[in-house]
Design a binder for this molecule. Structure first.
Ligand code: 5AD
Length: 461
């Protein structure tokens, strides 16, 4: 593939010189989204390069890190209950404890008041400063913070310790500028910062060299990516370039915002078999009135036009979405509109949540008018409605053939489990040595959430 016309240097990665972590152990517990999972992989890599050894339990660890999520109140509170339990468990064996990620950014130094056993509070926009913060901790400082949000840097590091042997996460854009009324992300992850196309392509080539065949591009709003490099690639062009990297078998990307979802993305998927036939396009509500109050920047009709564009593609692109029920002022009629949108689109997967008011958001100041019991009822209704749709759609796949990347083996059933390009889960009889291989599978039956099949031939690898 052609190399980018000019190279663009991003921020240098942290030094590889081991610090004072030599001989110490750490554990990192991750909550929330794929971006958090990948951030934890980068933080782990940084620690290992300083001489720390990763362990799996808090008992074994000298340093305990929680990489937190604050998207809904329940998620944010989780870390405090973990910290409470830890306090009892570590009474006789003091540990160094750090809170990273979105709760760290949101609560800041208040965490030291609520959980005095914590020594490090660091938001994701400050991870580039981690080596320096670790230095401070290793020197014995017990109130170390990285809370600056005003950054134009991405967390560039080659020191990532990836957890999944098949699918490598690759961040292309950090932060978010959207300011959807319900969402904390702009205040917890800072402003949008896109990585340069040449750095992204270099990382992709490096990952392929390490043996990864599936690359998952990450960004809070992945398709808001804008190339800061002189090549000035569009997002769709970047997808095409990545799919053309020799050795890349699959490229996925999440999460897309409908506002930036343009027809050239669909054209790219149609013309590059390595781009997965899967789009995650959160709609949040089927009611234009609610969408306006959410500050989403599109109407129900405009969303449905995007869906039409995807459905007109030559490939059968599967579509998933996120929905919030019980947002401020959502009437029963608004909710009916969301149900009717499910019928109109027929998503392959829906992630649905009860609205949870968040601090420092536009909706935080609005009346949280839908009672909790009503939110629960709407959520249950929606999930059941969607379950029927998925079941029907999956059953219609019986007899069809898919290429499946085998990811795990279930000894109890003598089955392997893998994913199609469209991100459908397929179970089929197999053996553990099939893990990591791509295989052709014919669907024999289906449930609402997964397919059952049989192998028809090896698709090669
Ligand atoms: N309450 C409930 N769900 C939320 N989400 C984001 N903010 C909130 C909130 N305050 C959901 C949205 C988003 C997904 C990651 O989480 O559906 O797409």
């Amino acid at each position: 593939m052609p190399a980018p016309s000019a190279e663009f240097q991003g921020a240098p990665g942290p030094s590889r010189t081991p610090g004072d972590g030599a001989g110490k152990t750490f554990v990192i517990e991750t909550f929330g989204c794929a971006m958090n999972v990948h951030d934890s992989e980068k933080v782990s890599g940084t620690l290992v390069a300083r001489g720390y050894r990763q362990v799996l339990s808090t008992e074994e660890a000298d340093l305990i890190l929680y990489n937190t999520c604050s998207i809904r109140e329940k998620a944010a509170e989780k870390v405090f209950s973990y910290l409470g339990a830890l306090k009892k468990a570590t009474r006789n064996a003091p540990k160094i404890i750090g809170v990273l990620g979105c709760v760290a950014q949101q609560e800041g130094e208040a965490i030291f008041e609520r959980a005095p056993q914590v020594s490090l509070v660091c938001g994701s926009a400050s991870y580039t400063r981690l080596p320096e913060l670790l230095d401070e901790m290793e020197r014995g400082n017990r109130r170390v913070t990285g809370l600056d949000l005003d950054t134009d840097e991405c967390f560039e590091t080659e020191l990532t310790r990836r957890d999944n042997p098949f699918r490598a996460y690759l961040t292309i854009i950090e932060g978010c500028d959207q300011r959807c009324a319900f969402c904390v992300v702009p205040t917890t992850r800072g402003p949008e910062r896109s990585r340069a196309s040449n750095l992204i392509l270099d990382e992709c080539r490096r990952l392929v060299g390490e043996g990864y065949r599936e690359i998952q591009l990450l960004g809070q709003i992945v398709n808001a990516w804008e190339d800061p490099a002189p090549a000035r690639l569009t997002f769709a062009e970047l997808l095409g370039r990545l799919a053309d990297v020799p050795g890349v078998r699959r490229v996925r990307f999440s999460t897309s915002h409908p506002r930036y979802f343009t027809p050239d993305i669909v054209e790219a998927i149609d013309s590059h078999p390595a781009l997965c036939e899967q789009v995650h396009l959160p709609v949040q509500s089927g009611s234009t009135t609610v969408l306006a109050r959410m500050l989403r920047g599109y109407t129900r009709e405009q969303y449905l036009e995007k869906i039409d564009c995807i459905r007109r593609a030559r490939r059968a692109i599967s579509i998933s979405t996120d929905i919030i029920v019980g947002f401020c002022g959502e009437t029963p009629e608004d909710f009916e509109q969301t149900l009717s949108l499910l019928d109109a689109v027929e998503f392959d997967q829906v992630f649905a949540f009860k609205y949870s008011p968040r601090p420092k958001t536009a909706a935080g100041g609005m009346a949280d008018s839908v009672p909790e019991a009503e939110k629960s009822e709407r959520l249950a209704t929606l999930l059941e409605h969607q379950r029927q749709i998925q079941w029907r759609r999956n059953q219609a796949l019986a007899g069809q053939e898919f290429e499946v990347l085998v990811e795990t083996f279930q000894p109890r059933h003598g089955q392997v489990v893998g994913r199609t390009s469209s991100n459908r889960i397929v179970n089929f009889p197999g053996t553990p040595d099939w893990i990591g291989q791509h295989m052709n599978v014919r669907v024999t039956s289906a449930g609402p959430n997964s397919l059952v099949g049989e192998r028809i031939e090896a698709a090669g690898e």
